[in-house]
Design a protein around this ligand. Sequence first.
Ligand SMILES: CC(C)(COP(=O)(O)OP(=O)(O)OC[C@H]1O[C@@H](n2cnc3c(N)ncnc32)[C@H](O)[C@@H]1OP(=O)(O)O)[C@@H](O)C(=O)NCCC(=O)NCCS
Length: 185
Amino acid sequence: MPVSYKQFLEIPNFPDDYLRLPRFYDGPQMYDVVQANREHLRYQWWTTQVQTRPDAHQHVTNTVDNNDAGDRMQYYLSAGVPVPNGPIRGSVTAYEIEPELRHAKVGWWVVKDAQGRGLATAATRRLLTELQEVYGTESVEAHIADDNAASRRLAQRIGFEPTENSYEVLVGGHLYLMDRWSMQL
Ligand SMILES: CC(C)(COP(=O)(O)OP(=O)(O)OC[C@H]1O[C@@H](n2cnc3c(N)ncnc32)[C@H](O)[C@@H]1OP(=O)(O)O)[C@@H](O)C(=O)NCCC(=O)NCCS
C-alpha cells in the first residue's frame, strides 16, 4: 500500500535534533557517513553493501522506494534547522511492517559522536509513536547481536524484552549471534 509519511518529525526533549525522510540525493552523504563510521556500524549488515559511491546511491534509492511502497518507515536523524537535506546523524527504521498483524521489526543507529545523549533512545521512541499512529502497530521486534551492549541497553530502556529465539548471521566475515527482542506498544 503506497503511503505518504510526514517529512519531518520532532523528537521530544531534543529541540536541536529532528527526524527527516531519506531523499534520492542522500547517496553522497550516506557514503561519507558509512566511511567515517564503518567500524562503529559493524553490526549493521547493510554497510557491507555500501563500499562505493554508486553502492551508496543504490542503497538510498532502495530506502526511498521502500518508504514509498509502505514496506518500511525509515527516517534519518538530523540536527539544526529542519531542512530536507539536513546532515545524516543516524537512522531509525521500521521494516517488514505487517499492518494486518499490527507488527513490525525496528532498528536504530547513530554516528559515533551522537552517542551517549539519549538521542537514539528518544528517536526510536518517536518512531514507535509514528508507527502506532500510521499503521496501528501493537507489537515490535528488534534483532540485536548478543555482544552489542549499547544496543541491548537501548532496547531495555525502551521496554523491549529478550526472547529465547536467537539465530546466527554472517556479517562482513564475522559470525554474530542475534537475539530477538520484543515489546508490546
Ligand atoms: C546502539 C546505539 C544507537 C546506542 O547509542 P547510545 O548513545 O548508547 O544510546 P542513547 O543515545 O540512547 O544514549 C544512551 C546513553 O545516554 C545517556 N542518556 C540518556 N538520556 C540522556 C540525557 N538526556 N542527557 C545525557 N545523557 C543521556 C544514557 O544514560 C545512556 O548512557 P548509558 O549507556 O551509560 O546508560 C549506538 O551505540 C549505535 O549506533 N551503535 C552502532 C549501530 C548499532 O549497533 N545499532 C544497533 C543494531 S541492533
